[in-house]
Design a binder for this molecule. Structure first.
Ligand code: PGA
Length: 256
């Protein structure tokens, strides 16, 4: 994994009320020692960002939103801007999750605008990409990933610069919430492909610094094998991030 500190990120999706969110952070704080050698991040719903931030205190746990709009403010009913996320204490924002792409019809072009706006405002985007089972079975996984990278990071390509703090998350759609994890080998070959794409479109230095997370049914019992692969720099965890009992073993994967 070289110099890249693994990032273990919990995407709570549309789960947990305010009390449950605060209790989960409390349990995580009690369970971590600070010597795990990983960065830890949680991503509650918008309405619980503020209470979760308070609960995080000085524990060093990072806070992300699950989405944002690319405009700073204005007549966008129901939307939240990067400024608002920074104001409430977010450092990161998840963009282009496959649920946003498939259920809410977000395109790579739309995600590209958000990623650019987030970066300009000082928020770190976690840009998600991943193929469906049909695309994989048709032998198109690499082409789909390349397309999503070209589209979702177009603004960065145009200027030839991608901040090294940017996080990418490879999440095969067929592995999300299904209990079917990509094998460490399947994940590694896509991660390597993504890193090569960064080298080709930016430079080797950026490629060696950027963290590429794997997501899709990551659990305590498969995390260490996945993280053991050279190009897998952490995990974006859905279901198993909703309880401390399930999330802590992933955070502590190095102990296995
Ligand atoms: P899962 O979700 O861990 O429940 O498969 C991952 C994700 O959607 O980020």
């Amino acid at each position: 994994m070289g110099a890249r500190t693994p990032l273990i990120a919990g995407n709570w999706k549309m789960n947990l009320n305010s009390e449950e969110s605060v209790n989960l952070v409390k349990a995580l704080k009690e369970g971590i020692t600070g010597n795990e050698g990983v960065d830890i991040l949680v991503s509650p719903t918008f309405v619980n960002l503020a209470v979760v931030k308070l609960s995080i205190g000085d524990s060093g746990i990072l806070l992300a939103a699950q989405n944002m709009h690319y405009e700073k403010n204005g007549a966008y009913t129901g939307e939240i801007s990067s400024q608002m996320l920074l104001d409430v204490g977010c450092t990161h924002v998840i963009l282009g999750h496959s649920e946003r792409r498939s259920i809410f019809k977000e395109t790579s072009e739309f995600i590209n605008h958000k990623a650019k706006a987030a970066t300009e405002m000082g928020l770190i985007p976690i840009v998600c990409i991943g193929e469906t089972i049909e695309e994989r079975e048709a032998g198109n996984a690499f082409a789909v990933i390349k397309d999503q990278l070209n589209g979702s990071l177009k603004n960065f390509k145009d200027v030839g610069k991608l901040p090294a703090s940017t996080v990418l998350a490879y999440e095969p759609v067929w592995a999300i919430g299904t209990g079917k994890t990509a094998s460490p080998e399947q994940a590694q070959e896509i991660h390597l492909f993504i890193r090569q794409w960064i080298t080709d479109n930016f430079n080797p230095e950026t490629a060696s610094q950027i963290r590429i997370l794997y997501g899709g049914s990551v659990k305590g019992d498969n995390a260490s094998e996945l993280m053991g692969k050279p190009d897998i720099d952490g995990a974006l965890v859905g279901g198993a991030s909703l309880t401390a009992d399930a999330f802590l073993p992933i955070i502590k994967f190095k102990e296995n």
